[in-house]
Structure formats: C-alpha cells, structure tokens
Design a protein around this ligand. Structure first.
Ligand SMILES: *[C@@H]1O[C@H](CO)[C@@H](O)[C@H](O)[C@H]1NC(C)=O
Ligand SMILES: *[C@@H]1O[C@H](CO)[C@@H](O)[C@H](O)[C@H]1NC(C)=O
Ligand SMILES: *[C@@H]1O[C@H](CO)[C@@H](O)[C@H](O)[C@H]1NC(C)=O
Ligand SMILES: *[C@@H]1O[C@H](CO)[C@@H](O)[C@H](O)[C@H]1NC(C)=O
Ligand SMILES: *[C@@H]1O[C@H](CO)[C@@H](O)[C@H](O)[C@H]1NC(C)=O
Length: 147
C-alpha cells in the first residue's frame, strides 16, 4: 500500500508533466489570435499548421508550462502584416514569458500598448518587425522585459 502511494506521488510529480496538455482557454486564445492576424498564406510555416484537433502545446512556435499554459510564442518570420493592434487574444495569453514577432511587416503601426497586459513577459523580440515610433511607456513599464 505504501509503495503504491509513493509510486503515485512519483508519477504525479515526474511523469505527468511530460504529458501536459494545452488548456482549452489557451487553445481558443491561440485560435482566435490566428484568425485575427493578417498574414501572407503562401509564406506560412507555423500558423497555417495549427490544427485544432491536436494538442496546442505541440503546435509550431508554441511552448507550454507543465500546467498547459502557453509561455512562449515564436511567430517570427511569418509574413504577418496586421491584426495585432487590438488583439485581446494575444494580450490575454497572460502566462506568456517569451514573445517573438521579429521579421514581420507591421507597416509602421505603433507597438501595441496591449502588450503591457503580459506581466510575465521576460523576452520580447520586435526586431525587423516594422513597427514605428517609440516603445509605449505602458510596455516599458513591464518589469521583467529587457528591451
Ligand atoms: C513568399 O512566397 C512566394 C511564393 O511562394 C516566394 O516567391 C517569395 O520568395 C516568398 N517570400 C519570402 C520573403 O519568403
Ligand atoms: C488536422 O488533423 C486531422 C487529424 O490528423 C486531419 O484529419 C486534418 O486534415 C487536419 N486539418 C488541417 C486543417 O490540417
Ligand atoms: C480578455 O480578457 C478580458 C478580461 O478578463 C475579458 O473581458 C475578454 O473577454 C477576454 N477576451 C478574449 C478574446 O478572450
Ligand atoms: C504569471 O505566471 C504565474 C505562474 O508562473 C501565474 O500565477 C500568474 O497568474 C501569471 N501572471 C499573470 C498576469 O497571469
Ligand atoms: C530576434 O528574432 C530574430 C529573428 O528570429 C533573431 O534572429 C534574433 O536573434 C532574435 N533576437 C534576440 C535578442 O533573441
């Protein structure tokens, strides 16, 4: 009995995390984000392959923590050109620690203030993304980001 108890503790601690699955709310935020972004289809390598029948933690460019929260989104070089300004879908992915939007073509819009919602962000890559102007002070206030 005792052995069984320790065995289950062991499983819960060390084995289950490897099978962590995307949480439903995280998945619908990602799908909402994909549907709201404008991008060039023919040059897509990640977004177009996001398949709602699969675990979103395994989608290209997506990484989760052991609980199934999305903590990293690598959408660099995806020919994205719009739809990010007011994307509540993106700004509600509140567990995000890493966001890479580098090498896209946002056509001189401002860096979205909504990014300041992402309080856990530590890595924000906006290089060659064709944002204009200065980094909004809301975003600069993010404590953990090293811009
Ligand atoms: C985008 O796709 C088109 C057609 O598939 C290709 O000719 C072009 O080189 C691609 N552009 C980039 C930046 O990858
Ligand atoms: C999603 O995956 C399922 C199961 O593998 C497959 O049948 C379907 O065609 C895929 N859909 C897209 C849009 O790739
Ligand atoms: C984002 O979060 C806000 C506040 O919790 C909520 O009101 C809103 O409906 C959410 N939007 C989406 C697209 O999930
Ligand atoms: C930041 O991440 C922690 C867990 O690492 C979580 O408890 C917290 O809710 C997250 N912050 C926000 C704003 O969601
Ligand atoms: C930002 O992303 C670009 C394109 O993927 C990459 O080349 C660059 O090394 C990244 N910068 C940092 C600081 O990670």
């Amino acid at each position: 009995m005792k052995t069984l108890f320790f065995l289950s503790i062991f499983c819960i601690t060390f084995i289950l995390p490897a099978f962590s699955q995307c949480l439903d709310d995280q998945k619908s935020l990602l799908l909402g984000l994909r549907n709201s972004l404008r991008f060039v289809l023919s040059n897509q390598t990640k977004l177009v392959h996001w398949n709602h029948t699969k675990d979103c933690c395994n989608w290209d460019g997506v990484e989760c923590d052991v609980f199934g929260h999305v903590i990293s989104l690598q959408l660099d070089n995806e020919m994205i050109y719009g739809g990010i300004e007011n994307s509540e879908y993106l700004f509600n992915l509140s567990y995000l620690e890493k966001l890479n939007l580098a090498s896209n073509s946002f056509n001189g819009i401002q860096i979205p203030k909504g990014l300041s919602n992402l309080a856990n962000l530590t890595h924000l890559n906006l290089s060659h993304a064709h944002f204009a102007g200065q980094v909004p002070h809301e975003v600069l206030r993010l404590k953990k980001v090293d811009l």
